[in-house]
Design a protein around this ligand. Structure first.
Ligand SMILES: Cc1cc2nc3c(=O)[nH]c(=O)nc-3n(C[C@H](O)[C@H](O)[C@H](O)COP(=O)(O)O)c2cc1C
Length: 135
């Protein structure tokens, strides 16, 4: 049984909360899961995984966080073809544009986006959002 890695970047903890909820959902589905922060995880390790989840909030102007998450995702794009990838993240004032751009980008790299177009939560995920993320 291969392990599902949930790799996230989070500035104020909202995307981290989502990452932990997703991990609970994966565990409840009987799969092995590891939650890691992009700050101290080497993206190239994901090459060995068939399926994984990536999380990053909307930053900049509908962009990924640029010092850690952007280079991380850029590296993943290089080997994303054929991988099953779930995307998630928190946002505030936008309409989720960053996630649409991100999902398109991963699809263009040949990834299969699982769990819809990307799971997004407005600010801190509430109980309902957490239940949705877990499922
Ligand atoms: C520098 C900065 C840029 C942001 N840019 C956007 C944005 O373009 N669109 C948006 O909807 N929210 C934006 N936000 C809001 C964050 O996405 C939101 O606060 C989110 O909940 C942060 O998630 P985190 O707790 O995982 O860091 C921005 C926040 C910061 C600090």
């Amino acid at each position: 049984m291969s392990k599902i890695v949930v790799a996230y970047w989070s500035g104020t903890g909202n995307t981290e909360t989502m990452a932990n909820s997703i991990a609970e959902g994966v565990k409840a589905a009987g799969k092995d899961v590891e939650v890691v922060s992009m700050d101290d995880y080497n993206a190239s390790k994901l090459k060995e995984c068939d399926a994984f989840a990536l999380g990053c909030p909307a930053m900049g102007a509908e962009e990924l966080e640029d010092t850690i998450a952007e280079p991380f995702v850029n590296e993943v794009e290089g080997f994303a073809s054929g991988k099953k990838i779930a995307l998630f993240g928190s946002y505030d004032w936008g309409d989720g544009e960053w996630m649409r751009i991100w999902a398109q980008r991963m699809e263009d790299a040949g990834a299969v986006i699982v769990g819809g177009e990307g799971l997004i939560c407005n600010n801190e995920p509430d109980d309902e959002a957490i239940e949705t993320v877990k499922s």
